[in-house]
Design a protein around this ligand. Sequence first.
Ligand code: PLP
Length: 261
Amino acid sequence: MTPPTALTIAGSDSGGGAGIQADLRTFFAHGVHGLVALTAVTVQNSLGVQGFTEIPADVVAAQIKAVASDMGVDAAKTGMLATAEIIRAVAKTLDEVGGDIPLVVDPVAASMTGHALLREDALEAIRTELFPRATLITPNLDEVRLLTGISVTSPASQREAAEALLAFGSRWVLVKGGHMEGSTCVDLLTDGDAVISLSGPRYDTENTHGGGDTMASAITASLAKGASVPDAVAAGKKFIERCVAESYPLGAGVGPVSPFW
Ligand code: PLP
């Protein structure tokens, strides 16, 4: 039987922990066929990102068109998009191939080791070009601060940030609380009407490389299978909790969340 399909529009991680590598194995784990529009090739290991080269924007667009026109896309996600030119090409192409495809936008700006994964001015393009087309956006707290200027330190500021982000035009916002203090990890999901607080355990590990990508692609896989946004996010949170619980050291720096469980 043909499985559902999910498209990741994202960069490659030579260390295999994040990027399209994380997305494809997460799709696989959900029984979803993974499609890829590669945006950039990063050079990185557990110690950080040494650099990246972006793929020409027309080649990114052509990859999306090639798979959408023939194989069909049940849901899509964006990760590292590298440049404003690529972001504009992705937005235009997604409109052309079918604006009703559920779209998860993970506004990746930098690695957790602090290396920029976007050229200057590109975050603004994500906000203006992609957020209005997104079913769901999934910023972490660093990205929330870059996008809204709000430093989330409490449930009240998390709610305030979610409302500020909704104003950029996505249907749903998930403000991930993974980088907040505390023994639990509370994520806030809202579409302006429903406000859903998702609480889970916080695991004591440094090895969380690829965690954001993995959660966003788990949500995308569930959307591809027809789940509602709240159900897909709840399932994605359970999935990433297991990946973080089983994370492992690899190299001298930050190890990956684990697909092995
Ligand atoms: N490399 C690529 C290609 C990514 O897409 C990402 C995150 O989206 C990263 C690196 C950074 O991952 P992390 O912040 O989990 O280290």
